[in-house]
Design a protein around this ligand. Structure first.
Ligand SMILES: Cc1cc2nc3c(=O)[nH]c(=O)nc-3n(C[C@H](O)[C@H](O)[C@H](O)COP(=O)(O)OP(=O)(O)OC[C@H]3O[C@@H](n4cnc5c(N)ncnc54)[C@H](O)[C@@H]3O)c2cc1C
Length: 806
């Protein structure tokens, strides 16, 4: 009886905590456990009475808000205030920019799967689809990426085509002469172009991401919009956005580019304006831009605008031909020939009306940038990375069948299956995250944390995928020339890693640093309550938080013991177990994250190895959630199951290892010891994708044309006679057509009806022996010829070589 009551008590605590009923759990559970203890005769009656009294007292104090506030919160609040992070001005603005979306669910430890599955991302409109199948495909057909590289620029007819078809105005509404595309259409366009030419994709991407058009749309005055947007849409103005300078890279707010408010002459008239001086570098489209979106710190030493001297970061639109501007020099970004270079301004005087939004927006630049980045980061670089990765998947899946060594297509070797699996699984997951996040932007979200996640993890994903593809292509991946279409994507991978917030910083500082505060159900509320010295608000947030910690602990334990099986899956079917496991990881993440915040407080933001690992958990949970959403939205197609399984197994394993890494390195060792049995009650049981799962992905890529087509649906397919992907695709279809004939010959060899002969002679003998007919012999011939062509690599005469741009 006693043991029964004791177990019942502990069980009640866990069950009620699992449901998120903290105090009720403690009081009822502890009461039952005490009763069990007494009945067992362990304690005397007066000890039991004392314990019950203490329990009742605690229940009274913690259950009544007024008592709790005066007796407990009054003591706790100053102590907590000491450890809470203090937010600087730029951090506060960054935190206020954008919205919390599914990241909030992942932080809560209880992702709302039905809500995620019910979310319907926008589909392409018929006009958007027609643009993709029309001008985008036409553009891709015009692009010879090798020639672009050799010329160091897009050819004039391509520039003209881009302007004529309003590629630079995808985000500009139709009323201003732009295309007015949704985020998902914008993303689809960049993805397809990136599968053809990274240089062209970057060129199209930049005017449509953070820059003059985006800033004007949200903050510009009506007059500025009417003047600039139609010109930008038509490509009459080429914009660039100049934030980075020699002194201000990742720490962009430290810019020394400066504007001083003063009077001066502009176009013959005396006006109130700004005298600007700046030094910028790495500016994409800068060398050919006619309109510079300039970020600088604005000062008003003579108080011409008001009391404040330092007005803060400000964004203005500066015509690039004004006196004092030096523009035109080019950087060479790893040989990828999009326009990029430094620019400087010396004593450039412009009216205050050049500030985006007019003089009222002086000093509002940082908020504008953070807000725009929150949405923009969701689109451009994830699209570019998926385009590059889908291309790599398409190339190696063909090459794996076409290239033979040891009389076997190399894709059949287990050694090649491994990188093929990583290529297929990662590409599927990245593309799912690209689509989901663009869908969120279309739904009006500005998902600040998730946009940083997709930016960083898709660009890292592309680096991994393209590296693997280079190894599969081996010599054919190394020798540059028109046939080697992956070398240029390979060269470009560090660019995506670096721009729009370099990945190391994004992973270790931005994702978790911002996520922990803004997505956490209570953290921001606590910080704000402390700043406002509002005890009641703090009391609600703090005790909500305590309750949340206990319920996360119970959930992590119970879900960990059952490998997530007791978490409800929103759908039956093969994806169901992954939902449960992700719920389990999410609960563990919520618990570990809180433990890190509680034990490290404000120091946590400097412990970047800890925050980087926590960012990994959040990011991989999101990527896996996106893959599940994609799979379910598409009706759980069997052909995509290998990609989903590999992607989820990989993502969950990354989460587990990252959580374990946090526990191994948490400075508070007692906390880590307490946490480990809750987070990993049965040890670290998640495994990376198995060999079987990897083989299934490789088979889907090599042998299932529908699965391959679904994975690489965004790739532009060139004509069959084009060196590179065109020839590879053609060789693949001919190789597949010859497979059955080759199998017949192999069977004849096994039966001893044919002798081994080298090369063509074997097929000739098979024909003579009547094992195959003339049409089948031709199929083998065509396949061999196409294979021969597809595996060729480029070479150059010494004169040609000397002329190559490298
Ligand atoms: C090809 C290209 C195109 C670009 N286009 C533009 C453009 O159009 N407009 C524009 O304004 N800028 C542009 N940039 C600039 C780009 O945004 C910066 O390069 C980027 O912000 C990083 O700055 P940085 O190169 O000075 O590196 P640094 O800031 O010097 O950083 C060096 C390393 O330190 C890491 N790091 C820095 N701080 C921290 C921290 N607190 N914690 C952890 N790690 C940290 C970074 O992650 C990075 O790995 C472009 C850059 C390139 C290369």
């Amino acid at each position: 009886m006693a043991i029964f009551l004791w177990i019942l008590g502990v069980g009640a605590v866990i069950a009620l905590l699992y449901q998120g009923r903290g105090y009720a759990a403690w009081v009822s559970g502890a009461g039952l456990a005490l009763l069990g203890w007494w009945i067992a005769g362990v304690g005397s009656a007066w000890l039991f009475g004392l314990a019950l009294l203490a329990l009742g007292g605690a229940a009274l104090v913690f259950g009544r808000a007024d008592l709790r506030e005066n007796l407990v919160t009054a003591q706790v609040m100053p102590r907590v205030a000491r450890i809470l992070p203090r937010l600087g001005e730029t951090e506060r603005i960054a935190l206020e920019a954008g919205t919390v979306w599914f990241d909030g669910d992942l932080f809560s430890g209880q992702p709302d799967w039905p809500k995620l599955l019910a979310f319907r991302p926008r589909r392409l409109s018929s006009a958007e689809q027609a643009f993709l199948d029309g001008p985008v495909d036409e553009l891709c057909a015009m692009l010879d990426d090798w020639e672009v590289q050799q010329a160091g620029d897009l050819p004039p007819q391509v520039w003209e085509f881009l302007k004529r078809h309003r590629f630079f105005g995808m985000i500009i509404p139709e009323v201003y002469g732009g295309l007015g595309f949704s985020a998902i259409a914008h993303s689809a366009v960049v993805t397809r172009i990136a599968s053809r030419s990274i240089a062209a994709a970057v060129t199209v991407m930049v005017p449509n991401s953070l820059g003059p058009a985006e800033l004007l749309l949200h903050y510009g005055s009506d007059e500025q919009k009417r003047h600039f947007l139609p010109r930008l849409a038509r490509g009459e103005e080429i914009p660039c956005f100049a934030l980075t300078g020699p002194e201000a890279g990742s720490d962009a707010a430290a810019t020394q580019s400066e504007g001083i408010v003063c009077r001066g002459k502009f176009e013959g008239k005396e006006v109130l304006g700004m005298r600007l001086r700046w030094r910028k570098r790495y500016i994409t489209l800068g060398p050919i831009s006619t309109l510079i979106g300039l970020a600088f710190r604005l000062r008003d030493p003579d108080h011409l605008l008001g009391d404040r001297e330092d007005l803060g970061i400000t964004c203005a639109l500066i015509p690039s031909q004004l006196p004092g501007i030096e523009i035109g020099a080019r950087h060479d970004p790893l040989g990828v020939p999009f326009q990029n270079g430094p620019n400087e301004g010396h004593d450039v005087f412009v009216p205050l009306e050049t500030i985006i939004g007019g003089r009222e927006m002086a000093g509002q630049g940082w908020g504008m940038l953070m807000e725009s980045l929150a949405a923009g980061r969701s689109i451009s670089l994830p699209a570019l990375s998926v385009g590059g990765s889908e291309l790599a998947a398409r190339v190696v899946s063909a090459y794996g069948m076409v290239r033979e060594q040891f009389d076997t297509p190399i894709g059949r070797f287990e050694g090649i299956e491994e990188p093929l699996a990583r290529i297929g699984g990662l590409t599927y997951t990245m593309d799912a995250a690209r689509r989901l996040t663009a869908g969120a932007v279309d739904a009006g979200e500005k998902p600040a944390v998730l946009s940083a996640v997709v930016k960083a993890y898709c660009t890292e994903g592309m680096r991994a995928v393209v590296n693997e593809a280079m190894d599969i292509r081996a010599g054919a991946g190394i020798c540059r020339g028109p046939r080697n279409i992956l070398a240029r994507a390979h060269a470009a991978t560090p660019i995506g890693i670096t721009v729009e917030g370099a990945n190391i910083l994004t992973r270790s500082m931005i994702i978790y640093g911002q996520g922990a505060i803004r997505c956490h159900p209570y953290a921001l509320e606590e910080i704000e309550a402390v700043a406002a010295e509002d005890r009641s608000r703090f009391d609600r947030a703090f005790f909500g938080h305590v309750n949340f910690v206990f319920s996360s602990a119970a959930r992590a334990l119970v879900l960990g013991l059952s490998d997530g099986r007791i978490a409800r899956s929103p759908l039956p079917g093969p994806a169901a177990p992954w939902f449960g496991r992700l719920t389990r990881i999410s609960a563990a993440f919520a618990l570990v994250s809180d433990a890190c915040m509680a034990t490290l407080g404000g120091k946590l933001k400097r412990r970047e190895k800890i925050t980087g690992r926590l960012a990994d958990v959040l990011a991989w949970s999101y990527l896996a959630s996106a893959a599940l959403k994609r799979f379910c939205d598409e009706g759980q197609p069997q052909r995509e199951l290998p990609f989903l399984d590999w992607g989820c197994a990989h993502a969950l394993f990354q989460c587990q290892e990252a959580l374990s890494g946090v526990l191994d390195n948490l400075p508070s060792r007692p906390t880590a010891w307490l946490l480990r049995p809750l987070v990993f009650p049965l040890g670290r049981r998640l495994r990376p994708p198995s060999d079987r799962q990897g083989a299934a992905v490789a088979r889907a890529l090599l042998d299932d044309p529908e699965a391959r087509a679904a994975l690489t649906a965004d790739v532009f397919l060139p004509p069959a006679e084009e060196p590179g992907l065109g020839r590879l695709e053609s060789a693949l279809s001919k190789a597949v057509a010859a497979l059955r004939v080759e199998a017949k010959i192999r069977d004849a060899l096994r039966r001893g009806e044919l002798d081994h002969s080298p090369g063509d002679a074997l097929a000739d003998r098979a024909l003579e022996a009547g094992i195959i007919d003339a049409e089948e012999r031709k199929r083998i011939h065509d396949a061999d010829e196409a294979r021969e062509e597809a595996i060729r690599v480029d070479s150059f005469s010494p004169e040609e070589f000397a002329r190559l741009r490298r």
